[in-house]
Each structure stands twice: as C-alpha cells, then as structure tokens.
Write a protein that binds this ligand. Structure first.
Ligand SMILES: C[S@@+](CC[C@H](N)C(=O)[O-])C[C@H]1O[C@@H](n2cnc3c(N)ncnc32)[C@H](O)[C@@H]1O
Length: 395
C-alpha cells in the first residue's frame, strides 16, 4: 500500500465490510445510517491512536500509527469494531515520538462503531431534525450525523480544547461544517435550541437540567448514566413539558464519565478499627462486583467507592467509603459469613442489602426493567414502572 490513493481504495472496501458486519449483528438497521457508515472515512478521524497491550499486570497502552504497525495493519485496525483511545489523563500525546502509556486513564476515544451506530439508530432521527451531540471526541460520530442530516442540523460540544480542534480539522477535511463548541456539555447550547434529539457519548451522574430546557417536548435524550463504581447503562428519555422519562436498554454500555464529574481524588477517610457499629451481614462484598447486584449497589450508594485490603496483615476486608457524607461500611469475614461495621450519616450496607433484596424480589431482572424519571426537583431510577421501588440519582 504505497500511495494515498491505495489507502482510500482499501478504506472504501473496509467500510463496506464493516457496514455488512454491523448489519449482520443487527446494529445497523436503516439504509440511511448504512450509507453514512460506508461514506465516512474513520481513518481521517483516528490517524493515530492507542490500543491496549497484552503485557500481564498493569494495563499498558501501545501507540498505533501507520509508522508503528505499517499502513495496511493500521488501516485494518481503524475499521475493526473496536474503541481506540486518543487521549489519557486529559493530556495531548506527543505523536512525534509516541511511547507506550501505563497508569493512565483514557479521557478521549473513538467509540466502537457498533455502539455509535446502535445509538444513532436508537435516536430515531428523521430528515430535518436538529441534533445536539455531547462529547465530540474524534468527530467520527459527528461526521456520521452530518452525512445523515446535513451539517447545519448538527451541533456538537467537546470539553477538551485540543480534542475539539482535531475533530474540527478532520470534519472540515471531510467536507462537514457542523456547529462545534468547546465547553461543558451539561450546559448545552441554548442558541441552537430547540433540539429534536440529544445524544451524549460520555457518561453523566444524572441528567443535566439544561438539557430539559433545550430539547423540545416529545424530543429524545439518549445518554449513558454512570456512577463512581460502575456504569448504569444507556437510557432513552422522552422529554415532557416539565421533565423527562424513559427506560434503560437491556445491555449496559459504558462511556467514560464526564470530565467535570470524575470522582474526588481521595476515596474518603478510612475508619479506625473501633469506629461504627457491627452486625452480621446478609451479603458479602461479592455483591459489589457481580453485574446485577453491583448495579443495585451503585443505585443504593451513589457517592461511594470501594477497595479491599488486608487489615493488620491478616484477613482481607472490603471498605465501602462515601467521601461526600463521610459514611463507611467495612466488610470482614466471620464464621463462614460476613460482618459489617458501619458509621456516618448513611448506613451504606443497609442500603445496599435492601436494594439487592428488592431486585431479587423482582426476579433479578436485567437493566431493561429499570427506568428513569426526571422532574424539576428530583431524578429517580425506578424498577418495573414509574411507581415501583425508587432510588434517587445524585443531584
Ligand atoms: C468516548 S469520547 C466521544 C467519542 C466520539 N463521539 C467519537 O465518535 O469519536 C467522549 C468525549 O467526551 C468528552 N467529554 C467529557 N466530558 C464532557 C463534557 N462535560 N462536555 C462535553 N464533552 C465532554 C471527552 O473529552 C471525550 O472526548
């Protein structure tokens, strides 16, 4: 593959293959989005990126460019159904001499095409609709929307200046000129409102109130919600006159959390050995890591995070700490079961056990049994129906 023309010719074929695969997997369902996937050159949006390495132990990321892996392999990777990382810890990469990266958190990426396309299909757009995207990232999903709706109907907000600049360059190179803004997507862009659709490709702890004012009644908000322990999943809300409501999807795709909502650096105060009150626990720490019960734990303890460590060089305890209210729950093995020591204004483990028990009473359903209602004064996740058991989202 020697010339630019060779790359473009090969890319056309790779895009067709990708579109066929996404269609076969049921992700790509309409001819309009298929045409967009076949037309938008993902390689212009990720000329350089990072992939996860295979070294055991610590997670390491390796640079992928046409120089590091060869043009053919780079292009093949671009058109696989994978998420490719483009930024870590909010810092730009020195592409003149890219090095492997470890001990860093991804802060921007090109999301895997099957998820991008599936969200675009779920958005139910029609010709002439006005769409607001939060999290421009590389600009690939923005370009798909520009192809489908026309640049004038697309507004996209990216919080990171460097990321936004590169997306603008790639979009311009591909002939698209959507309204691009640098800022916090939580405030939206009132000048472009009302929007028929809002799609977010980063995760939020709750629905930003400005979105409800800028999306017209009957319009759709499609976003992932996430907490500090885990993602809650993708939710599709229909905006009403004074709020919004809708259901989670069956699977629980996860996006990086919005920059402004990253958890505080400190996990919180580790309690002393005699702090709190002790009782026998009905559940052990495994509920924090098994998928269904962990979803419930996230709902029940929205400001908490956990870690496990050996206490006094002996048994391993799990610490669930809420740095917002300085509440804690410490789980330690005892007599073939668990004991929990709790303190602070929130009884964290009582709340987790109660939420998990409720979920089990309902038959341990997946996320599709849950929904969200947003009103002016509160936001809740409910189970079964809007009047079912409820857990508030952090405000
Ligand atoms: C997963 S990437 C977006 C992927 C992108 N849509 C694509 O197709 O390449 C998430 C992006 O959201 C951005 N972001 C994080 N918090 C944000 C916020 N509050 N407002 C706008 N963008 C935000 C990140 O900087 C990152 O670039």
């Amino acid at each position: 593959m020697a010339s630019e023309t060779d790359i473009e010719t090969a890319a056309v074929d790779l895009r067709r293959r990708l579109a066929r695969k996404l269609e076969k997997d049921g992700r790509l369902r309409s001819p309009e989005w298929r045409a967009a996937v076949e037309a938008v050159p993902r390689h212009r949006f990720i000329p350089r990126f990072y992939r996860e390495g295979h070294a055991p132990g610590v997670t390491t990321w390796e640079p992928v460019t046409s120089e590091t892996v060869g043009k053919e392999e780079w292009l093949r990777l671009v058109y696989t159904d994978e998420t490719w990382m483009t930024q870590f810890d909010g810092r730009d990469i020195d592409w003149a001499d890219p090095k492997p990266i470890s001990n860093a958190a991804p802060t921007s990426s090109s999301t895997l095409p099957s998820l991008v396309v599936r969200m675009l299909e779920d958005l139910d757009v029609q010709d002439g609709m006005n769409v607001l995207e939060i999290g421009t990232g590389t600009g690939y999903s923005t370009a798909l929307m520009c192809h489908r709706l026309g640049s004038e109907s697309v507004t996209s907000i990216e919080t990171d200046e460097g990321v936004a600049r590169r997306a603008r360059e790639a979009l311009t190179e591909c002939g698209h000129s959507p309204h691009l803004l640098v800022g916090d997507g939580r405030v939206g862009h009132p000048d472009g409102a009302p929007y028929d659709r809002l799609i977010a490709t980063c995760g939020f702890r709750s629905i930003p109130p400005a979105w409800l004012e800028q999306v017209r009644p009957g319009g759709v908000i499609l976003t992932t919600l996430r907490g500090w322990m885990r993602s809650l999943g993708l939710v599709k809300l229909i905006v009403t006159g004074d709020g919004a409501s809708g259901w989670f999807s069956e699977d629980d795709p996860s996006f990086m959390i919005a920059r402004q909502q990253e958890p505080p650096e400190s996990l919180g105060m580790v309690p002393g050995p005699d702090d709190g009150t002790v009782r026998r626990a009905a559940r052990g720490p495994e509920v924090l890591t098994s998928s269904g019960s962990a979803f419930m734990a996230q709902l029940a303890a929205p400001d908490a995070r956990f870690f496990s460590m050996a206490v006094d060089g002996g048994t391993v305890s799990t610490f669930l700490l809420d740095s917002v209210t300085d509440s804690f729950a410490v789980l330690a093995p005892t007599d073939g079961g668990w004991q929990v020591r709790q303190g602070g204004p929130r009884r964290l483990w009582d709340a987790v056990e109660s939420a998990v028990a409720t979920w089990e009473e309902y038959g341990s359903p997946n996320t599709a049994a849950f929904g969200v209602t947003v009103s002016r004064d509160q936001q809740v996740v409910w189970l079964g129906n809007p009047n079912g058991p409820q857990w508030p989202l952090p405000s």
